[in-house]
Design a protein around this ligand. Structure first.
Ligand code: GLC
Length: 738
């Protein structure tokens, strides 16, 4: 034990020394900087060939970099281009290297499933690996920093950015945010890691009406209980940076919200990294009607704790004057500058500004077959089997003729989804289309006929005849439909989530053939397809699965991978149900009440969703049995061990996501009817039984009370274990006692 303590002491001292030497280097550099150069570090601009927001006119960027007036660039990618810009920074007086940031949201050259699809895998290791590979490829291409993970909880599929997050659940979202930060940052400071950026702080996903950039208004209790935990989890994973959000929160824009940035993030949570504004969000406080002009916006943002100004020019043209007018203390500027310089030192950029610019490493990283293999694996895990009523799936490899129909069969780009990186000078069209994937799979043995059938959004039915013709020649029809990749994502809020165009009409026509039809729905969000869900027996949700989409879909269709995905968001029956989510409060007249009239329900629609949170089928079946609790009462400082058996009662190997939910029967504030508190994804061979265990500790029983204290309260709890939030297989209860 003594040796261990001594070793730990040595490590701690070495780390303290190295950190102190970084802090000392920062202090030493700060002393040499002019005010103008300090403000320069707080400026970030986009490269000239890629804008991810309303672009600021600043044609003088290159000269400003040479003068040390810009600290970071975004949307510059590739060793060649980042080197060119770093060369400019090396001509500045103090040679402070630039930071290069990019939205590497779900892959760099190798594109992984959109984050919401990955969330459906419930496979934290796979998601960490996906982020790790994205980091390796991005870091090899000169990128230091990704603007990910997006950790915004959202219960509203009208909001297009649900595609970028982990869905509606706080517990799942927290676990995923943690895994993604660990994946991106790896061993931060080495050439295979990038800084993560937790966004969008905070509660951006709760925009009223699901309308992007819209206001967010909620109690602080709801903020702490439901929306903040994933950001905190990402911080606990060591996230180097945060990004504030566009929305106003309870009347104050997040960018100028000192409650969020100073009190919570840099105060209570003791965040030592830096905060970058979202694109132009500092200047946008004028449009919010929160400040009079850009100068006041700069004052508000720097005071609140926004350290770096992305693309609004507010800091660039106002901070110096605000300091001269004694409205902004230099200490405030220094704090922001030190936070940024510290990261540049920790990345090793002062030792070698070109550390991330290795052409040979870039070549190797962008052509690594292990990456595409990993992309295919997580893509298969992200697919959700919604219906398979007549066991049409898996398809037999002995089929003679398949009709592969629909507007999503042959396009490539759609499979990348929104926020795919358009890598310059690299064949970023490396995407296996759904057609290619199927043909790869069946080879010469099976004839695959194609017909587009219809467009995605247009109303023409001219293609129906061709579709019916190929259908008439086939034993099985596979129909790939959905929404285009750019109909989910930023600034893509939709009021109508129905399958667009005449896709449903095409299904109805093909249904008349009486042939088995497998429907693939491709989307970046939960869509609404009520008639299809009620009338079609075989439905697979394929999201947007990235570079290996076609191969992954074919793996699942032919049973080379048994689907295991579970929905990370509730699927509504209609837009009128939104917001709809599983962990809602009971109300005094619960929707599940027997009373026909007096209950919290719609008179024109069932209150249950089309498909519930946590739902997804398999080609096999699982039996849950033998639930045991180690005790039926526990004290705050104790825990309960929950054990149960899961048996694969079907005919093929499969994976099951065993979900554990709790219900706190009553509390000092009303408590949700059910809350996900743990899960395990397990693999079982046919006939195999495994005993799994969960631990219920006080943390899992705690919540934010009205005084914003994170507490547990004595009382009875229901414990539910199941295959989805609505498919509870085993129940028990226990009591928390003082
Ligand atoms: C965008 C997005 C943000 C992204 C940033 C840089 O507007 O809101 O998520 O990281 O700008 O592209």
């Amino acid at each position: 034990m003594k040796k261990l303590t001594a070793l730990a002491f040595v490590f701690a001292s070495v780390f303290a020394f190295s950190q102190e030497s970084v802090d000392q280097k920062v202090e030493n550099l700060l002393k040499k900087m002019t005010l103008e150069e300090k403000i320069g570090q707080l400026n970030q601009y986009t490269g000239d060939n890629a804008a991810t927001g309303p672009i600021t006119i600043n044609a003088n960027k290159q000269n400003e970099i040479k003068k040390g007036l810009i600290g970071s660039m975004l949307n510059i990618m590739g060793t060649k281009y980042t080197r060119q810009y770093q060369d400019l920074a090396m001509q500045s007086r103090l040679k402070i290297p630039l930071l290069f940031g990019l939205d590497v949201i779900h892959g760099y050259k190798t594109t992984f499933p959109i984050p919401l699809a990955e969330a459906a895998s419930w496979d934290l290791d796979a998601m960490e690996l996906s982020a790790r590979i994205a980091a390796v490829e991005a870091a090899a291409s000169g990128i230091h920093w990704t603007f990910a993970p997006m950790a915004d909880i959202s219960r509203d599929p009208r909001w297009g950015r649900v595609m970028e997050g982990a869905g509606e659940d706080t517990y799942l979202g927290s676990k995923i945010a943690y895994a993604r930060v660990k994946g991106f940052q790896g061993n931060l400071g080495d050439v295979n890691s990038v800084m993560a950026c937790v966004k969008h702080f905070a509660a951006y996903g709760a925009a009223v009406g699901g309308r992007d950039y819209n206001s967010v208004d909620m109690s602080n209790r709801m903020l702490w209980e439901t929306y903040l935990p994933p950001y905190k989890s990402a911080l606990d994973a060591g996230a180097a940076t945060f990004m504030n959000s566009f929305n106003d929160l309870n009347g104050i824009p997040a960018t100028g919200n000192s409650y969020l940035l100073r009190d919570i993030l840099k105060g209570k949570w003791n965040f030592q990294g830096f905060v970058v504004s979202d694109w132009g969000s500092i200047g946008e406080m004028v449009a919010h009607g929160y400040v009079k002009d850009n100068k006041e916006a700069a004052l508000s943002a720097i005071t609140a704790g926004s350290d770096m100004d992305m693309e609004s020019n507010a800091y660039r043209y106002n901070l110096e004057q605000l300091v001269k007018e004694n409205k902004v203390p230099v200490a405030l500027i220094d704090d922001a500058v030190k936070r940024i310089l510290r990261k540049k030192f920790e990345l090793g950029l002062f030792d070698d500004p070109y550390k991330f610019c290795s052409l040979e490493r870039e070549q190797a990283a962008l052509n690594n077959p292990e990456h595409t293999k990993a992309a295919r694996a997580i893509a298969t895990k992200s697919i959700v089997l919604l219906k398979n009523e007549r066991d049409v799936l898996p398809l037999s490899k002995g089929l003679k003729t398949i009709a592969f129909i629909g507007p999503m069969v042959k396009p490539k780009r759609d499979n990348h989804g929104f926020w795919a990186v358009d890598v310059k000078d690299v064949d970023s069209t490396y995407i296996v289309s759904q057609w290619e994937g199927l043909v790869n799979k069946v080879g010469k043995k099976t004839k695959v006929l194609y017909a587009k059938g219809c467009g995605v959004e247009d109303k023409s039915k001219e293609g129906f005849a061709d579709a019916l013709n190929v259908a008439s020649q086939a034993e099985v029809i596979i129909l790939s439909i959905g929404e285009n990749f750019n109909k989910s994502g930023e600034a893509k809020s939709k009021s109508n989530l129905q399958l667009p165009g005449v896709q449903v009409e095409l299904i109805k026509e093909l249904q008349k053939t009486g042939k088995p039809i497998v429907i693939l729905i491709n989307a970046g969000r939960p869509l609404i397809f009520d008639w299809v869900a009620d009338n079609m027996p075989t439905i697979v949700y394929t999201w947007w699965l990235g570079s290996e989409a076609g191969n992954a879909i074919a793996d699942v269709l032919f049973g080379d991978y048994n689907p295991s995905g579970k929905l990370p968001m509730t699927f509504p029956r209609t837009e009128g149900q939104i917001p709809i989510y599983y962990n809602h409060f009971s109300t005094g007249r619960p929707s599940f009440n027997e009373d026909k009239n007096y209950k919290s329900a719609y008179i024109d629609l069932p209150t249950t969703p089309k498909f519930p949170f946590g739902y997804g089928l398999s080609y096999t079946t699982f039996e849950y049995s033998n639930l045991k609790l180690s005790k039926k009462t526990m004290k705050n400082n104790e825990s309960i061990t929950v054990s149960l058996n899961i048996t694969n009662t079907g005919s093929v190997k499969g994976e099951e996501v065993v979900q554990l939910y709790l219900k706190d029967r009553f509390g000092s504030v009303v408590r949700p009817i059910s809350e996900l508190k743990d899960f395990q994804k397990i693999t079982l061979n046919r006939g195999e039984t495994k005993t799994i265990q969960f631990t219920i500790d006080n943390q899992k029983l705690s919540f934010y009370n009205n005084a914003l204290e994170f507490v547990s309260e004595p009382g009875d709890f229901d414990l539910m274990v199941g295959s989805s939030s609505a498919d509870i297989r085993l129940k028990d209860s226990f009591e928390l006692v003082k």
